[in-house]
Design a protein around this ligand. Structure first.
Ligand code: 4NP
Length: 178
């Protein structure tokens, strides 16, 4: 089984190979109550199914602190339930120390990505801060995970479908580096 890198200065292609597990993934959105909890919870399910729960550890955070301590949004949890998930979590704001502590930091949209890059003042973590959508396959999904917060319930289902696809892509990249 592949070992995943804990290094911060690895090339784009080898970030998910070699070095010492566990491999820590942080999913980041704006409020940490819709998209990034979907990333954390769905990736946890994917990782559990693959028997890698001790190796790949997931967390999520928001670029803003508006919802600190809150469960994922009730509409997100309802949509998740309809897809067979029980989303857990307590919102928190992303910390500068997260940049060091996590091996892969996945922004749900370009605005989240720009905010993360601003935290990386020395540009030391450039390689591991990435757009989540790069792991999605096919042409069904946009580059960014659309923010469902101000929309209808279909937006929450779309988040789940896109996040499921991308999380499988993350796992596939890990396994391809075996
Ligand atoms: P998230 O969605 O970034 O996917 O958690 C949002 C949550 C809250 C707000 C906006 C987006 N808000 O404006 O409070």
């Amino acid at each position: 089984m592949a070992r995943l890198a804990n290094k911060t200065t690895v090339s784009k292609r080898v970030i998910m190979t070699s070095s010492t597990p566990p491999f820590r993934i942080l999913f980041v959105c704006l409020g940490n109550i819709c998209r990034s909890p979907a990333g954390e919870n769905i990736m946890n399910a994917v990782v559990r199914k693959a028997g890698l729960a001790d190796i790949i550890l997931c967390d999520s955070a928001g670029t803003m602190d508006w919802h600190t301590g809150k469960l994922p949004d009730a509409r997100m949890r309802q949509a998740a339930k309809e897809h067979g998930y029980d989303f857990k979590g307590a919102a928190r704001q992303v910390l500068t120390t997260d940049l060091e502590e996590f091996d892969l930091i996945l922004a749900m949209d370009r605005s989240n990505l720009a905010d993360l890059r601003l935290l990386d003042t020395e540009e030391a973590y450039d390689e591991k801060i990435r757009l989540f959508g790069r792991y999605c396959s096919g042409n069904k999904f946009p580059e960014e995970v659309p923010d469902p917060y101000y929309g209808g319930e279909e937006g929450f289902h779309m988040v789940i479908q896109m996040v499921e696809n991308g999380c499988e892509g993350i796992l596939a990249e890990y396994q391809n580096n075996d």
